[in-house]
Structure formats: structure tokens, C-alpha cells
Ligand binder design. Structure first.
Ligand code: C2E
Ligand code: CA
Ligand code: CA
Ligand code: CA
Length: 278
């Protein structure tokens, strides 16, 4: 079985072992994208199964495709950005862009919660609190409407320090989610130690939910979340059978290709106005 840590290392290895030329090209493409304002947040909707409405969106970083070169997604370029020390810059572009977009949507009548991903270096940056404080000042955003996601693996790597950081972010008013939940083997006791509002069930388990074992794992995650009074979001929902199984378990929030893949801001707003064809 692949656990979370293994997957995390795998993503880094893909970036590191893809050879100096590829690595240079990813590096070049990244800095070119950042320097030219071409890196942008895509948004994926989060559905509420109780109201059948889009209630939130997750920001996912994208860099432009280059003709003749393979697509490079954030699974590859985020670890490279971490290694190169440009992740904070990248993260700021994504988070600010997404928060400004959230504000724009609110001004045209759509109040959506926004989820953003925090990488290891960003979580442990000396400037973490200052920069999120500045973000609130600059944008006037409501931190209660912003959820910061960190992976379970990252939370458990150094739970004491992670917890401290998350407490500081909570003091600013942000919501906290544990991402890729189920891949990092945390215990109830550990989860209780960190200030968390939401669990996101990893798509690995969502994909397996129609199997007996997969269903039991999902149920275990749901009861853990219940015991701690946490919201639950299932990611990677691709078919209606999965929607029904999750609904029956009491999972309220769903995200996945069935509803929509991540879209750029213009596409997202257009789909939102059309109700995502719901
Ligand atoms: P994640 O946070 O777990 O994000 C969910 C990933 O699942 C996204 O991949 C999304 O496009 C994909 N996904 C959504 N629905 C489905 C589905 O129904 N089926 C399947 N198979 N996949 C689905 P993406 O956009 O390639 O991002 C990969 C990872 O890169 C993210 O995983 C996150 O860990 C990281 N990432 C993306 N953007 C950022 C960012 O701005 N900052 C940081 N620190 N990490 C980011
Ligand atoms: Ca996430
Ligand atoms: Ca995830
Ligand atoms: Ca992931």
C-alpha cells in the first residue's frame, strides 16, 4: 500500500529525477510564468448535498502549457517551487488572486467559501502570519470564509510545530482543513491536538468506496470526523454511485470531476451563473 508519505516523496522524486534538462525547463517555465503574471488560480467547485448548491471552491495553481512540451501540473511544479525557494511568491499570487476573485463573486451575488493549499515551506515560513495578516488588510476578506488546507502528512510530520502554526492562523480567523485525509494514519488523539475544522477524504479512498474495504475505511473516517465535530469534504467524486454512497454515510460536501474539473476564473464564473448545469 502506498501511504501518504510515499506519495509525497514520489512527487518530489518525479521532479528531481526528471533530469537536469527537464528540471531546468520546469524551473524556467515556473519563473517565466511568475515573472510574466501567467501563473493563475484555477477553481474547482465544492457542492453541498443538502442544498444541491455550490457553496465553495478550491484554488489550484496552473502554469500555461508550452507547445511541444508535456503538461506540467502542480503535483510536479509545487515541489520544484519549494526546492527553488519561490513557493512563497507562487503561493501569494495564487492566494491573492483567488481571494480577489472570491470578492468579485460576492459583489455579483455569489458568496462562496474559498479553500487554498499551504505547502510545507509556506506553513513554516517566518512571514506566514504577517503575510496572511497583510492579505486580510489588503483585501478586506473575511477569514471565516477562507479555509487553509494542509495535508495530513504535513500535519503529522511535526505535529507540535504544525499545531502551533495552525493555532496562530486560527487566531487570525481562518478555517483549517486537513487534506488528503486517510493517507497519513493520524489518531483521534493527534487530530484532537491540532485546531482543525474540516477533513477532506483523500480521493484514493473515494475511488475505492464501492468496494467493501473502501466503504469501511470511508465510514471510519466519517465517524472520526463526527467524534471531533468536523465538516467533511470528499474529493475525487467522479460518478453518481459514489455520490449516493457518500450521502448515505452523511458526507455533506463533495468535490470532483462529476461536478466540474478545475476551471479558470472566467470559466468558473460562467459555469456558476449557469448553476454548473445542476
Ligand atoms: P489536492 O489539494 O489534493 O487537490 C486535488 C487534486 O485532485 C487536484 O489536482 C484536482 O484537479 C484533482 N481532482 C479534482 N477532482 C478530481 C476527480 O474527480 N478525480 C481525480 N482523479 N482528480 C481530481 P491538481 O490541480 O493537479 O493538484 C495537485 C496537487 O498539487 C494538489 O492536490 C495540491 O496538493 C497541490 N497544489 C495545487 N495547487 C497548489 C497551490 O496553489 N499551493 C500548494 N501548496 N499546493 C498546490
Ligand atoms: Ca487541497
Ligand atoms: Ca486532497
Ligand atoms: Ca493530493
Amino acid at each position: 500500500k502506498r501511504n501518504g508519505r510515499f506519495q509525497f516523496l514520489l512527487a518530489q522524486d518525479v521532479a528531481r529525477n526528471s533530469g537536469t534538462a527537464d528540471r531546468m525547463s520546469i524551473r524556467n517555465r515556473l519563473s517565466h510564468a511568475i515573472n510574466n503574471g501567467l501563473i493563475e488560480p484555477y477553481l474547482q467547485p465544492i457542492f453541498d448535498t443538502q442544498t444541491n448548491r455550490v457553496v465553495g471552491m478550491e484554488a489550484l495553481a496552473r502554469i500555461p502549457d508550452v507547445e511541444g512540451l508535456p503538461k506540467v501540473g502542480p503535483d510536479v511544479f509545487i515541489p520544484v517551487a519549494e526546492d527553488l525557494g519561490i513557493i512563497e511568491e507562487l503561493s501569494e499570487v495564487i492566494v491573492t488572486g483567488a481571494v480577489e476573485f472570491q470578492k468579485h463573486l460576492a459583489s455579483v451575488g455569489f458568496d462562496l467559501r474559498l479553500s487554498v493549499n499551504l505547502s510545507r515551506r509556506v506553513l513554516y515560513s517566518d512571514r506566514l502570519i504577517d503575510s496572511f495578516h497583510a492579505l486580510l488588510e489588503k483585501t478586506g476578506a473575511d477569514p471565516k470564509q477562507i479555509c487553509l488546507e494542509i495535508t495530513e502528512t504535513l500535519a503529522m510530520l511535526d505535529i507540535k510545530n504544525a499545531s502551533e502554526r495552525l493555532h496562530e492562523l486560527k487566531k487570525l480567523g481562518f478555517k483549517i482543513a486537513i487534506d488528503d485525509f486517510g493517507t497519513g494514519y493520524s489518531t483521534l488523539g493527534q487530530l484532537y491536538e491540532i485546531p482543525v475544522d474540516e477533513l477532506k477524504i483523500d480521493k484514493l479512498f473515494v475511488r475505492r468506496i464501492h468496494t467493501h474495504e473502501g466503504q469501511r475505511i470511508a465510514e471510519a473516517i466519517v465517524s472520526m470526523a463526527r467524534a471531533l465535530h468536523l465538516e467533511i469534504v470528499a474529493e475525487g467524486v467522479e460518478d453518481l454511485e459514489t455520490v449516493n454512497l457518500l450521502r448515505n454515510m452523511g458526507v455533506r460536501y463533495l468535490q470532483g470531476y462529476l461536478f466540474s474539473s478545475p476551471l479558470n476564473r472566467e470559466q468558473f464564473e460562467a459555469q456558476l451563473r449557469g448553476g454548473f448545469n445542476a
